[in-house]
Design a protein around this ligand. Sequence first.
Ligand code: AQP
Length: 334
Amino acid sequence: MSSEKRPTVLSGIQPSGRLTIGNYLGALKHWLGLHDRFDCYYMLVDLHAITVRQDRDALRERCHEFLALYIACGLDPAQNVLFVQSHVPQHAELAWVLNTYTQMGELNRMTQFKDKSAKHADNINAGLFTYPVLMAADILLYQADRVPVGDDQKQHLELTRDIAQRFNKVHGPVFTVPEPMIPPVGARIMGLQTPTAKMSKSGDAETDALYLLDPPEVVTRKVKRAVTDTDNAIGFDVAAKPGVSNLLSMLAALSGEAIPALVDRFEGKGYGHLKGEVAERVVALLTPIQTRYHEVRAAPDYLQQVLREGAQRAAGKAAITLDRVHDALGYIPR
Ligand code: AQP
């Protein structure tokens, strides 16, 4: 599938917590089908995951679970390079170099660092701080032209562009400067119980997120109990009606209908109608994904083979970029 002239897309998800409908609508859904026009690289970013303490067995299990979910959502390993970040050592090597092209002040401004250090106050490690540099290395290593991510990653993408431009200014055009691909709807799905905060895959409250492996009755129950407000009038206003607006955003992303059209269609109807339709749509999306997931998950040799081949293909491309970087820096070739 790879051809030198095709632009490259790269994205990834941390194998921490459980994949949510936010991850699907903000990221995974937009990865599908891009292989027609791009060389596509999709990772499980396990180096990023250890910025928060992980249990050894659970991490390994989760990498297999997430890979099976990537495939079940429709990412065909024959058309997309699926791999685990730690299988390609060039990520960590390039991150070190890029650390020296990144300013402390820039990292201090990253909102994810502020959020995560508040959440994990007992373990504010240097990796948490330099996380965006590793992310820049992930992207620049593959000379990615486009990076499909949710809105929460926009700030990291901007920093990646700054780092690439800074390096290129000193050393010539070594890196492709990537563009983000942020979906117009569904780019930031909020929590069902706390609709003012992003739906998170590692949150503490089970009922705040819809997980891709939630059974239908659980989905229906969680949506039914989603926080709304007391006026029972369906309208889109993120500040005044965050819960209802979040349900409308989800429905728009799931159905393809525009938000104003949804507001018109639900005029005069209560929140129960909106919740009913959201739950139905989520269940219809997840049912075939879950069936396929269980098939793929029952084939560990296949999953291992996907990872082996993915790592080989990714490392081939990564090595070319790292050699160029080393050459630009004046390192003696091996
Ligand atoms: N709520 C969301 N709405 C839209 N897009 C989202 N993404 C994540 N949450 C939403 C997108 O999913 C991709 C993977 O992001 P990540 O690996 O950083 O995972 P996360 O879900 O964002 O992780 P959390 O919630 O911070 O918990 P941890 O990291 O502790 O597991 C990205 O493209 C992101 O934009």
